[in-house]
Design a binder for this molecule. Sequence first.
Ligand code: 13P
Ligand code: SF4
Length: 312
Amino acid sequence: MNTNVEIDLVDEILKLKKQKNAVILAHYYQMGEIQDIADFIGDSLQLAQAAQKTNADIILFAGVHFMAETAKILNPDKKVIIPDMNAGCSLADSCPVDKFSEFIQQHPDAVVISYINCTAEVKALSDIICTSSNAVKIVESIPKYKPIIFAPDKNLGRYIIKKTGRDMILWNGVCEVHEKFSLQKILQLKTQHPDALLIAHPECEEDVLNYADFIGSTSALLNYVKTSDAQKFIVATETGILHQMQKYCPDKTFIPAPPNNTCACNECPYMKLNTLEKIYTALKEEQPEIIMSNELIEKSKKSLLRMLELSK
Ligand code: 13P
Ligand code: SF4
């Protein structure tokens, strides 16, 4: 940050938030220090619901672009800002709208269910949106005789097929963080910690999910560790969630599941672009701002509202 005087960032952020009637919504994958200043922390569904309810004039979204875009679709009259415009998502990137449009045209009878991790343009082509916490319910809401296209996450799609018994046409997308967990290293960890349970996000690859003691969205994983009698967990999702797990369960042990090489690949590089400094600057300057045409907002809103209606 380009300032000569040392300032207390947390203090300044809290002041700006009050002054501007702004709310900070943060995903569980944010750095702990960001989660600690947020007004609301949640998974993708909870954050969309919080965005739908807020009375604030400004929404600062500490997450990635598709999440801030979702907040804007639900609040066209509010200013939605994001700390770093480059905070994208490999899943959203894996599903370009022109290719997806061609794919849909090949299956004209199919109902299109898209995971919320996609662009507004893809949402506009979808019949209904889902998140990892309501995907089973959303898929089961579609009449059995209807074919379903599920995009963009093939791992989540495959998991939902297993859970519901519905045959779905899957788009071939993956999350670059969740696809990198190494089953071999997880099993080695299990031998060192035989009392540890493996808990995993459904974006993980099938081989990891097959060994998991519990599978769920970030909020479901958090609830599970809070209520489980077990004392030790190997956590196969982005490491940001460990902050809340440790806060709620200070006496339990959480071990991040290892990726398949020596990189820090169990950290989402997009989520981790956000910093307290960038949040401070974004609140002060009220940018970078999410700008969308009214036409795109209207077109992408339908599938999103349908999900929110079904998730009440
Ligand atoms: P949830 O927030 O639904 O658990 O999804 C995790 C994720 O990958 C967000 O990008
Ligand atoms: Fe996208 Fe994966 Fe990062 Fe979530 S963790 S924002 S799905 S790249």
